[in-house]
Ligand binder design. Structure first.
Ligand code: HEM
Length: 515
């Protein structure tokens, strides 16, 4: 989380808009929080080691905010796999490595909850009656409803839709040029997700109000909002307005579909049919809110992954060659059919592109979109002899284990072939009938998480991202751009939002393959 940079932006914005009374209240709150902090600095002998800090309110927010993975790796080297640091008045206890991952992802909900950690941030954006606003057992059923949409039959329909959207989108690119790749991939991701999951009606409104509403909702998910939720910021008003308008938009579509008996292979139709185990159905508000949550859950995670794949490929022509060879073999039975002669592929053929799977996995290993997961400790828990008290934030970081040289030799290197014949990270995940809380998360590679909060969008993300990349590479060759010193520019990670994205102004140079 890029709390430090975000903090600066939020405070500047706030100072420009706040009146005197609000400023006085803020000053009182800061003094109060600092006093509280000094009180909480003492830890019991059994607690995990505390990373020292000097500025009371911030704690280690700045080094963690600037480069969380490096900060966690440094702390791990000094304090071991389990330690606590202070951040904005919160005690963050990390449990690292495969054992730490297993512990955090499978901690019983009575002991530590995702709701406690994420509720403040997400409820104003997603809305009530869903996700972290309801009891975890209800959310588990809601996750299953959404996941039920992702059948092979649905994917068979989605691949041509993603194909159509991508080709139309790339047709607007010139013969050669540079592109702000994350911006472009964000646009394509929302188009494809809307076409497949949100419904035709939402897709047709993307050019007008929906894109702006999405943007306002997205700003509401900035991590800093957790700490300053009581401030009267313009972004919060925009978020609330966008939430209401988006809910109304979905509710109108639901009413229209019901009236005209319309059913599509999208998440909206699945939710309209779904029933809880007790026989009740979701309210229209809840359906609308779960649609918003699904949209938000998949947007940045997928668009950043697609972008990082392209950045990695831009400096690895050998890997592009392998991908094209695989595509050619699967589609024509020959390794060297020119890109322009390759036919359109379908879902079954996409599934067979296993090297492309490895490219995506290796990208997720190096540029995992969610580097830290959090749970709020509700009842003291014990880990490796340490007592982690109620009120701490229990955190895991799959990003750290994904760089472990013991499991991934030469961990900084982009080497997709390391995942050939490697089944770690694969595996069917079910909620129904299986106590997923017991499922092992003792793994180094967990880009989609594990346990009861595991991602439901993994299969869709593979279909969406692989299709986009396969089409992009058929149409364009690509390279990194050069900086002022004539060096190839590979973007740094931007940790200021909830999801790790390539830093702004990161371009790729592309040119259309010969017609
Ligand atoms: C949960 C990663 C795409 C919906 C998660 C979690 C991770 C993750 C790490 C676990 C969070 C935690 O334990 O606190 C990713 C990555 C994606 C991706 C890397 C793409 C490359 C998607 C898509 C959707 C989606 C496309 C929706 C269609 C969800 C939902 C959860 C989740 C609903 C459950 C949250 C919970 O149970 O608390 N994702 N995700 N994700 N993801 Fe994804």
């Amino acid at each position: 989380m890029g709390v430090a940079v975000d903090l600066y932006n939020t405070i500047s914005e706030f100072l420009q808009t706040a009146d005197h009374t609000t400023l006085i209240l803020l000053a009182i709150a800061v003094i109060g929080a600092s006093t509280l902090l000094f009180k909480t600095k003492a830890t019991s002998a059994n607690e995990p080691p505390m990373v020292p800090y000097t500025i009371p309110l911030l704690g280690s927010a700045i080094p963690y905010g600037i480069d969380p993975i490096k900060f966690l790796q440094d702390c791990r080297a000094k304090y071991g796999d389990c330690f606590t640091f202070m951040m904005m008045g919160r005690k963050m206890t990390f449990c690292l490595g495969p054992d730490g991952n297993h512990f955090v992802f499978n901690v019983p909900i009575a002991n530590a909850s995702a709701e406690g950690a994420y509720r403040t941030l997400t409820v104003p954006v997603f809305g009530t009656e869903v996700v972290y606003d309801v009891h975890n057992s209800v959310f588990m059923e809601q996750k299953k409803f959404v996941k039920d949409t992702f059948t092979s039959d649905a994917f068979k329909k989605y691949v041509p839709l993603i194909w159509e959207e991508s080709v139309e989108f790339f047709n607007t690119f010139p013969k050669k040029g540079t592109a702000l790749i994350f911006k472009e991939m964000s646009e394509l991701t929302i188009r494809t997700a809307a076409a497949c999951l949100m419904g035709k009606e939402i897709r047709s409104q993307l050019h007008s109000n929906v894109a702006q509403l999405y943007h306002d909702l997205d700003r509401g998910l900035a991590p800093i909002n957790v700490f300053f939720r009581w401030l009267p910021l313009p972004t919060y008003f925009a978020r609330d307005r966008a939430h209401n308008l988006m809910t109304e938009t979905f509710k109108k579509i639901i009413a229209e579909r019901r009236k005209n008996n319309i059913e599509y292979t999208d998440v909206l139709s699945t939710l309209m049919k779904s029933e809880y185990k007790n026989g009740t159905k979701m309210s229209d508000d809840a359906i609308a809110h779960l649609m918003i949550a699904t949209l938000m859950g998949g947007q940045h995670t997928s668009s950043t992954t697609t972008s990082w794949i392209l950045f990695e490929l831009a400096r690895r022509p050998d890997v592009i060659e392998e991908i094209m060879k695989e595509q050619s073999m699967i589609l024509t039975g020959k390794p060297d059919t020119p890109a322009k002669d390759l036919p359109q592929f379908d879902y079954e053929q996409l599934r067979k592109m296993e090297f492309l799977d490895c490219v995506m996995k290796e990208t997720l290993r190096l540029h995992t979109p969610i580097h830290t997961v959090m749970r709020k400790v509700e009842k003291n828990v014990t880990y490796q002899g340490f007592e982690i008290p109620k009120g701490h934030f229990l955190c895991g970081s799959q990003a750290v284990s994904q760089f472990d040289p013991v499991r991934f030799p030469d961990p900084e290197k982009f080497e997709p072939s390391r995942f050939l014949n490697d089944t770690e990270g694969n595996g069917e995940w079910t909620i129904n009938g299986v106590n997923i809380a017991q499922k092992s998360a003792r793994s180094h590679f967990l880009p989609f998480g594990a346990g009861r909060h595991r991602c439901i969008g993994e299969a869709f993300a593979y279909v969406q991202i692989k299709t986009i990349i396969a089409i992009f590479l058929r149409q364009f060759s690509l390279q990194l751009v050069k900086d002022n010193e004539n060096q190839l520019k590979f973007p740094k990670a931007d940790y200021t939002s909830l999801i790790v994205v390539p830093e702004g102004e990161s371009y790729i140079q592309f040119s259309r393959r010969e017609e």
